[in-house]
Design a protein around this ligand. Structure first.
Ligand code: PLP
Length: 465
């Protein structure tokens, strides 16, 4: 069976089933009426979960099932052809994941979301859904190390190339656009450079060239910044970081603003019959949801980057407390960064909330509620001393992660960024003396004391233990 146009009721059910929930909600008007106008903290606790479904469970239940029973063969056939919405197989959709998807779409102001096994799989699935061999990406140069490698090494093997630009330079994105450019990719708050990007200016450049703007919003989180409000077309999250927040589960998300015009002549993936889905023309059948629908029904199907429902459950527990955690992470980070500036052993401190930061003005515009929990600083004594601080601090855990409730520390030049050349390290903001802190929720005085003990040994010339 070939579907020409998925009717608008079913369209939403296929991409996120959000309309179903809305209808059920209107049956419960007394409770759910103001859902869309609610504030962030309320949505973080309630969006997407209809307690009249799911046996009245107050917590979101874990649907730990691989597949779903069809009513009969016709029902199955309708589900496969998109004539009817519903669950088929957990690689494509799952009721626990669906609640997380609706909640994230609501918090970012998108029309729908797809959750994935990791932030990395969210990025890879997005780019592989959009692009084909011969296409080109323009990306900011201050990117997460894994993303940089995907764009710089792995995608070129498939014929997809990237030009990296300095996002702070006027018109740098436009200058790098080629005839075959099909995506602009940035991080709202670069990891670990901590540069705050001027999303509105970059969005204007992408828009003028009819190219979608993809924003990785992992470090800022939707509480501190909503890139869609500033012109982003697609938002990516590593849910592994602040959204889960406890360092217990990997996950990723792709959120579609529903604002990009896929019929502008540059995206045959969406306007020509899809050989991978019985001739479906996404832009006609799914209109504004063309991209996110293709991510689900072809991307998840073909690349298999599904999120485990158990991890979705863990991530939902974290998301419920994101607002209070990220406020405290931001407050602790600002206080620690301010204190670090007073320390003899410290050469420089980078935190976008500091008065001395190059990004202070942009932080005031894009991150007025707080600047998240990552702080970087340089140590006067250089590379070996920087490694020593990572080794000898005791409250900070030496590991490669960010966004945990516990404080974390790493020396990127010898670890996460060691595969890069020195020139690449510099362009991604990683200098030899740089230490990255992910400031947790401990009492900030204990964090200062932990660092100070090592600073004093270095300053006094006491050899490493
Ligand atoms: C960690 C991270 C990723 C990758 O996410 P995983 O869940 O570890 O795959 C992508 N972008 C940013 C900014 C990150 O910090």
């Amino acid at each position: 069976m070939k579907i020409k146009k998925v009717n608008s009721k079913n369209r939403h059910k296929i991409i996120n089933k959000s309309k179903r929930t809305e209808r059920n909600r209107s049956a419960n008007k007394h409770k759910q009426e103001n859902m869309s106008t609610q504030q962030f903290a309320t949505k973080a606790l309630h969006s997407g979960h209809d307690t009249t479904q799911n046996g009245g469970t107050r917590a979101v239940p874990i649907y730990q099932s691989t597949a779903y029973v069809f009513n009969n063969s016709d029902h199955a056939s309708n589900l496969f052809s998109l004539a009817e919405p519903g669950n088929i197989y957990t690689r494509i959709n799952n009721p626990t994941n669906d609640i997380l998807e609706q909640r994230l779409a609501s918090l970012e102001g998108g029309i729908a979301a797809v959750v994935t096994a990791s932030g990395t799989s969210a990025i890879a699935t997005t780019l592989l859904t959009l692009l084909r061999a011969g296409d080109h990406i323009v990306a900011s140069n201050s990117l997460y190390g894994g993303t940089y490698n995907l764009l710089n090494v792995t995608l070129p093997r498939l014929g997809i190339t990237t030009t990296f630009v300095d996002p702070a330079e006027e018109n740098s994105f436009t200058d790098a656009v080629q005839e075959n450019t099909r995506a602009v990719f940035i991080e709202s708050l670069g990891n670990p450079k901590l540069d705050v990007l001027d999303i509105e200016k970059i969005s204007a450049q992408a828009k003028a060239n009819k190219i979608p703007l993809i924003v990785d919003n992992t470090i800022a989180t939707p509480y501190l910044l909503n890139p869609i409000k500033h012109g982003a077309n697609i938002v990516i999250h590593s849910l592994t970081k602040y959204i889960n927040g406890n360092g217990t589960a990997l996950g990723g998300a792709i959120i579609d603003a529903g604002t990009f015009d896929w019929t502008n002549g540059k995206f045959p993936e969406f306007t020509e019959p899809s050989a991978g889905y019985h001739g479906l023309i996404y832009s006609e059948a799914l209109e504004e949801a063309a991209f996110i629908a293709k991510v689900r029904i072809e991307g998840l199907r073909d690349f298999g980057s599904a999120l485990s429902p158990f991890n979705a459950f863990q991530i939902i527990q974290g998301l419920e407390t994101l607002p209070i955690r990220i406020k405290q992470h931001s407050q602790n980070a600002l206080e620690l960064a301010t204190w670090l500036q007073t320390q003899e052993a410290v050469a420089w401190v980078n935190y976008p909330g500091l008065e001395t930061s190059n990004y202070k003005a942009l932080a005031e515009k894009y991150l007025p509620k707080g600047q998240s929990g990552i702080v970087t600083f340089g140590i006067k004594a250089g590379f070996e001393a920087a490694k020593r601080i990572a080794d000898e601090t005791k409250v900070f855990s030496l590991l490669a992660n960010i966004g945990d409730t516990k404080s974390l520390i790493i020396h990127p030049a010898s670890t996460t960024h060691q595969q890069l050349t020195e020139a690449q390290q510099v362009s991604t903001g990683v200098t030899q003396d740089l230490i990255r802190l992910s400031v947790g929720l401990e009492d900030v005085e204990d964090l200062k004391a932990d660092l100070q003990t090592v600073f004093e040994k270095i300053t006094a010339g006491i050899p490493a233990s």
